[in-house]
Write a protein that binds this ligand. Structure first.
Ligand code: DCP
Ligand code: MG
Length: 368
């Protein structure tokens, strides 16, 4: 059951993980217009400015009333002079001048379309644009030409570095399917099918459908499922990920697979407590595919994985910042003390918030 606002939470707390952000806020149209500017900064790879706008947007999303003046907005966290001025334009003219210009700009239109493809980020979109690509058909042709990709690939002996490129080719080939949003009913149906197959391999697993679905989005771009088993250790978790994806592939339910299993990046020292399978799923009977991410976690980190994969991205970013201020490190693969790397196990989702010294925020209020 979705909660309404908890009155004891300050809507103008500094971090997104300290306040409630509904899916649709009282200033939704304003937020969407500012998001066009944020997105343009991202496409220009001006990360700092993009992040500033993302923070400004998150502040507005948590604001519980309709904004009536630029000055009122200026009092919110991360609304600087520039953002305040743009909000003033919106209140006065019903639109933000820069947003209107950006929406009409041919180059941004093309870049927005390119980055709608899974695996294509701003850098790749800009590269494609520089090569003269203007449509997704052009991009497809670009990748179909081995001359264009061979050079990059030969530099990367590491197979993992080629994954993004393979994903782009797959996503472009399936763009008509992967571009369609998935309604909640279909998300549940697919999760049910997947869990039934898992039950046959290993009875007694539990799962949470995370991502935007859990935050209450009526339609999702992909499906994120976090899975655990009360008795599974690291080795078994990696095996389960492998065994399930094998079965799903054999049955034709998974048509494409990028398994990133037990990746030991310096960022997370204990990453093998999680196994991930990034897949394309195709439900028989429905004649279309969608992206399905399966995340397997040992029971000790299940709830941090659930919180991590529930998002939103801004909510997670601020969770990590908040944890840092408490001498802790938070990510999907666990909570650790910074001074001695000791692990703190959360036994429920509420426990995650408690350990971090935060009020519990309902998943549907994490739409920062
Ligand atoms: N996530 C994160 N940092 C990333 C990628 C993901 O914190 N770099 C977390 C937050 C996301 C969640 O994982 O909410 C799932 O990521 P998705 O990309 O699937 O995004 P959503 O599920 O939120 O939305 P949708 O899938 O509908 O686009
Ligand atoms: Mg998702």
């Amino acid at each position: 059951v979705a909660t309404s606002a908890q009155t004891d939470l300050n809507p103008n707390a500094k971090l997104a993980c300290q306040r409630e952000s509904p899916l649709v806020c009282p200033n939704q149209e304003l937020v969407e217009r500012i998001d066009i500017i944020r997105r343009a900064r991202e496409l220009d790879m001006n990360w700092q400015s993009a992040l500033s706008y993302a923070r400004a947007i998150a502040s507005i999303k948590a604001y519980p009333k309709k904004i009536k003046s630029a000055k009122e907005a200026g009092k919110l966290w991360y609304i600087g002079n520039k953002a305040e001025h743009k909000i003033g334009e919106y209140l006065k003219y019903g639109q933000i001048i820069e947003t209107k210009t950006l929406l009409e700009d041919e180059k941004y239109k093309v870049l927005r379309e390119f980055t709608s493809i899974y695996g294509i980020g701003p850098m790749t979109a800009q590269t494609l644009y520089a090569y003269g690509c203007r449509t997704l058909e052009d991009a497809k042709k670009f990748y179909d030409n081995p001359e264009n990709t061979a050079q990059q690939s030969s530099d990367d002996e590491d197979e993992n570095k080629r994954l993004p490129e393979r994903w782009i080719e797959v996503s472009l080939a399936l763009k008509d399917d992967l571009g369609i949003k998935i309604p909640r009913k279909e998300v549940e149906q697919i999760a049910g099918t997947v869990m039934k197959e898992l039950e046959a391999i290993q009875p007694g697993c539990s799962h949470t459908i995370a991502g935007g679905y859990r935050r209450g989005k009526p339609e999702s771009n992909d499906i994120d499922i976090v899975v655990t088993h009360p008795k599974a250790d690291r080795k078994r978790i990696q095996e389960l990920c492998q065994e399930l994806t094998d079965v799903l592939s054999k049955k034709g339910l998974v048509t494409h697979l990028m398994t990133l299993t037990g990746q030991n990046t310096p960022k997370s020292l204990h990453a093998d407590v999680i196994a991930k399978a990034l897949t394309v799923f195709s439900l028989p009977g429905s004649n279309r595919s969608c992206r399905l991410d399966l995340v397997f976690a040992v029971p000790e980190v299940y709830w941090t994985a659930v919180v991590g994969w529930t998002g939103s991205t801004m909510f997670q970013r601020d969770l990590r910042l908040h944890a840092k201020s408490k001498g802790l490190k938070f990510d999907s693969s666990g909570i650790t003390r910074r001074n001695n790397q000791s692990v703190i196990v959360a036994h429920s989702e509420k426990d995650v918030f408690e350990i971090l010294g935060l009020p519990y925020i309902h998943p549907t209020m994490r739409n920062a």
